[in-house]
Write a protein that binds this ligand. Structure first.
Ligand code: ADP
Ligand code: ZN
Ligand code: MG
Length: 484
């Protein structure tokens, strides 16, 4: 039944972000990560009776910064609400969150779709407190007991909810990367999914292609990397399509991603807002954000990824694709700009960062902060290529060597005798020799097979161990073969 129908997915994300304030949102406890369990707690964040929360102004400022950076509208008046539920990591039995009056509404994140900019709309951004952390002792399936660490309890979070504007798992992962870049440019969060300071729940449904209505959605939780978000959504979309094709309904529920088995599993039925018995938080006054404060924060916003992307295209003449990759993290964009100050061929700088440097970092699972090559060193290497001292091919080996030994490219080229052979007479002899020894490709080339030249260039490169100037070999071969 319905086997021929094609479907499309509809995805909306709910993203939680830990803010980089020094103290918690409603008490003075430190937010430092990795301290002894329960060492950063007080009666407020432990939910003792009779205590009163006091709002951290910095947390509000960071939330406003984020809202403005994504073109949201900050509400002049908002308030906190109690979201009631019982869980051992939540000692008050309610979370202070925001409900009907969030801090900000609307806005969008601009996605660079390799050239065509697309907007993913944001529905709202609100402030809330984080819960503690449970540690299940023993093997997962036979835990005898669990431990609880309340250090995370009361760490400020923003929750950002998108409109259901995303259409593919890849796009969802791309959106998250864009949003993380914005957070990092703003300096409001580390935005690290593996460490849990950026968390994402994904809502997804499928519908027949071309349909204007949305299908029944499920919410998938427990993905701790961009890759897992993408995989979980891919799985979930397939699962829903299979159900619909078999004429069976999708049940609205919350599901957990199991990264080992690569499946989503039912966790609980969908909870409704009324299950939480939201009501205005009586211990906190409503928040009034003055237009002057909003203006002050707006004026202090740094250059953001989308702007920097545009500037990279305009100022350096880079393709949109390069600009998008390079501005994907602030540190990478800074690195590119430092290199581009020292070497004038910006596209060459970009090529080397995207293929060689990022290739190396990805292979090693390293972050740009662990980059062993300084901007001055990379620029020096590229200057050697541009100056004709070494070929691009040799330069790749030198780059590997730079990473291993931390030596300057000049030193490596000097020590290994890698200087390019650009001497016409010297190369001319080698070319003669190669023509002599390769009658097959020679006659192919003369018979009109242009490609046969590649084999001859390769042979010269082998004799010279890659040091011959490629342009010169080409010229010499053509001259000599035409003359014969
Ligand atoms: P709920 O009331 O069930 O929590 P919301 O309307 O609050 O649903 O939306 C929660 C998230 O789910 C938002 O990110 C929204 O964009 C997304 N969403 C809503 N409806 C759908 C749907 N049919 N398919 C996919 N995502 C959806
Ligand atoms: Zn505290
Ligand atoms: Mg909701």
């Amino acid at each position: 039944m319905n086997a021929e129908l094609t479907y499309e997915a509809v995805i909306g994300l709910e993203v939680h972000v830990q803010l980089l304030t020094e103290s918690k949102i409603f008490c003075g406890c430190s937010t430092r990560f990795g301290e002894d369990p329960n060492s950063q707690t007080c009666p407020v964040c432990l939910g003792m009776p009779g205590v009163l929360p006091v709002l951290n102004k910095k947390a509000v400022e960071f939330a406003i910064r984020t809202a403005l950076a994504v073109h949201g509208t900050v509400a002049p008046h908002c308030r906190f609400a109690r979201k009631n539920y019982f869980y051992p990591d939540l000692p008050k039995d309610y979370q202070i969150s925001q409900y009907e009056l969030p801090l900000a509404v609307g806005g969008f994140v601009e996605m660079s779709d390799h050239g065509t900019a697309r907007r993913v709309r944001i529905r709202r951004i609100h402030l809330e407190e984080d819960a503690g952390k449970l540690l299940h002792a023993g093997a997962m399936d036979q835990a005898d007991y669990s431990l609880v660490d309340f250090n995370r309890c009361g760490v400020p979070l923003i929750e950002m909810v998108t409109e259901p504007d995303l259409r593919t798992p890849e796009e969802a992962a791309e959106f998250l990367k864009q949003f993380r870049a914005i957070l990092q440019y703003l300096g409001v969060s580390q935005g690290n999914m593996e460490e849990g300071n950026l968390r994402c729940d994904a809502n997804v449904s499928v519908r027949p292609s071309g349909s204007a209505d949305f299908g029944v959605k499920t919410e998938v939780k427990n993905m701790n990397s961009f890759r897992n978000v993408q995989r979980a959504l891919e799985y979930e979309i397939q699962r829903q399509m299979t159900l619909l094709r078999a004429g069976r309904p999708v049940i609205q529920e919350t599901r957990l991603w199991d990264a080992d088995e690569e499946v989503t599993l039912p966790m609980r039925g969908k909870e409704e807002a009324h299950d939480y018995r939201y009501f205005p938080e009586p211990d906190l006054v409503p928040v009034e954000v003055s237009p002057a404060w909003i203006e002050e924060i707006a004026a202090s916003l740094p250059e953001l990824p989308a702007e920097r992307r545009r500037r990279f295209v305009q100022a350096y003449g880079l393709p949109e694709y390069d600009a998008a990759v390079l501005t994907g993290s602030k540190a990478l964009a800074n690195y590119f700009e430092e290199c581009a100050q020292l070497h004038r061929d910006a596209k060459l700088v970009s090529n080397w960062i995207m293929s060689e440097l990022l290739g190396y970092l990805n292979r090693e699972g390293k972050d740009i902060s662990e980059n062993p090559v300084t901007p001055a060193q990379l620029a020096a290497l590229l200057n050697l290529i541009r100056g004709g001292v070494i070929s691009g091919k040799i330069a790749k080996g030198v780059f590997e060597e730079m990473i291993q030994t931390r030596k300057s490219p000049e030193t490596i080229v000097e020590e290994k005798g890698l200087v390019q052979i650009s001497d016409r007479d010297e190369l001319s002899q080698i070319v003669d020799q190669v023509i002599e020894q390769n009658p097959g490709p020679v006659s192919d080339f003369k018979g009109g097979k242009e490609k046969a030249l590649t084999a001859l260039v390769g042979a010269v490169m082998r004799v010279t161990k890659g040091k011959a100037n490629p342009q010169l070999i080409n010229d010499l071969l053509r001259e000599k073969l035409a003359g014969r």
